[in-house]
Write a protein that binds this ligand. Structure first.
Ligand code: FES
Length: 206
């Protein structure tokens, strides 16, 4: 955890408010606290949209507590429990490297090393000097079939190795955003080399 400056205030903007109206309509009267997760997500996305850094400052959690009529500590408890909420500013590209067993067995160490080499980041939760990248170690993101996985913001890049990781980060630096999914061209989660069953069916091209 590095030092950071908390903003003095937070208010949901019009785009978020439109979504909040829809979210709140899902919950019966008296059960608004159940909206804490979607509102935390909206706060983080608004911060990303407005400031370029998707995180949830304390003032945003306080605003959510006020809106949902909850004690602020209840919002802090939820926000700090889930890894997908960032409690400090992150870079433009949040590199979430899965190092759980299936990804580790398939080479996540090389992905971690390539990320470090390309960004200059030494430890987890650090942001590169240019503010572009933050590296976080994550547990299984549920895509083991195409391990190892490097998640960038919301997107999964799959079947990664050192070379494809370096190429991906170089492309991001150039302002490009490569196609998400398997970098080896694997068809969804089919075996390497293509499907071995149901081969006569015509699946739509991706
Ligand atoms: S172990 Fe990495 S996606 Fe499951």
């Amino acid at each position: 955890m590095t030092e950071h400056t908390e903003p003095a205030s937070f208010a949901f903007d019009d785009e978020s408010e439109a979504r909040i109206t829809k979210v709140m309509a899902k919950y019966p009267a008296g059960k608004q606290a159940s909206a804490v997760l979607p509102l935390l997500d909206l706060a983080q996305r608004q911060m990303g949209r407005v400031t370029g850094s998707a995180w949830v400052p304390k003032v945003a959690m306080d605003e959510i507590a006020r809106r949902l009529d909850m004690p602020p500590i209840r919002v802090y408890e939820v926000a700090t429990f889930y890894l997908m909420f960032n409690m400090q500013p992150v870079g433009t590209y949040h590199l979430q490297v899965c190092t759980t067993t299936p990804c580790w067995l398939r080479g996540s160490d090389q992905v971690v090393e390539a990320c470090r080499k390309a960004t200059g980041i030494k430890g987890w939760k650090e942001t590169s000097a240019d503010g572009l990248f933050t590296m976080t170690e994550v547990e299984c993101v549920g895509a083991c079939v195409n391990a190892p996985i490097l998640q960038v913001n919301d997107d999964f890049f799959e079947d990664m190795d050192a070379a494809s990781t370096e190429a991906l980060l170089a492309a991001l630096r150039r302002g490009e955003y490569p196609k998400v999914g398997s970098v080896t061209g694997r068809q969804t989660s089919a075996p390497e080399g293509g499907p071995t069953t149901l081969t006569t069916l015509n699946f739509p091209a991706e």
